[in-house]
Design a protein around this ligand. Structure first.
Ligand code: GTP
Length: 168
């Protein structure tokens, strides 16, 4: 009968930012697996807003980050997870993010930022992330930043709804 639209999403961000936890939370209960550091990448699926999402959960560990760019071409949207309690590594986030934004294959892809781990005290707010990462200068694609707590699921639905409204 009725076939749901499909959407391939690439989920990136530094190691330990919470990518796998975000994705586990979006999956149906029966398919949940334990969250461990990702080696290479994992492929996961879930449905929201009548869309079947296939998410490539890329490892954020330094030695695997060069893998990300090979998957940009096939993606219809990008989720970039930021650990906003990790102020020390915000400069690394900025470097990796700008490499992604400057890559030709990401041009015009809707990009969702989760300002994750907002439950941890002394975190950067989404506004501070925007300033530090210079997101206001990003005008060649739709983007959105939303605070999240991947442990409770707070903010995740808002983020995924934003993606489903910006797919082309
Ligand atoms: P890699 O697979 O190494 O790239 O890491 P990842 O980005 O997939 O991170 P992962 O989901 O494995 O989470 C790393 C750690 O952060 C785990 O111990 C999670 O439980 C924890 N974590 C994830 N999201 C949150 C959050 O919103 N708040 C808090 N306090 N902890 C979180």
């Amino acid at each position: 009968g009725f076939i749901k639209p499909q959407c391939k999403v690439l989920c990136v961000g530094l190691d330990n930012s919470g990518k796998s936890t975000v994705i586990q939370h979006l999956k149906p209960t029966s398919h949940k697996t334990e969250v461990t550091p990702t080696v290479g990448f994992n492929v996961e699926q879930f449905s929201r807003s009548n869309i079947n999402f296939t998410v490539f959960d890329m490892s954020g560990a330094g030695k695997y980050r060069s893998l990300w760019e090979h998957y940009y071409k096939d993606a219809q949207a990008i989720i970039f997870v930021i650990d906003c309690s990790d102020k020390l590594r915000m400069c690394v986030v900025k470097e990796e993010l700008h490499a992604l934004l400057n890559h030709k294959d990401t041009k015009s892809l809707p990009t969702l930022f989760f300002a994750n781990k907002i439950d941890i005290s002394d975190h950067l707010t989404p506004v501070e992330c925007v300033q530090y990462l210079e997101l206001d200068g990003v005008k060649d694609r739709p983007w959105h930043i939303t605070p999240s707590n991947a442990l409770t699921g707070y903010g995740l639905d808002e983020g995924v709804n934003w993606i489903s409204e910006h797919l082309t």
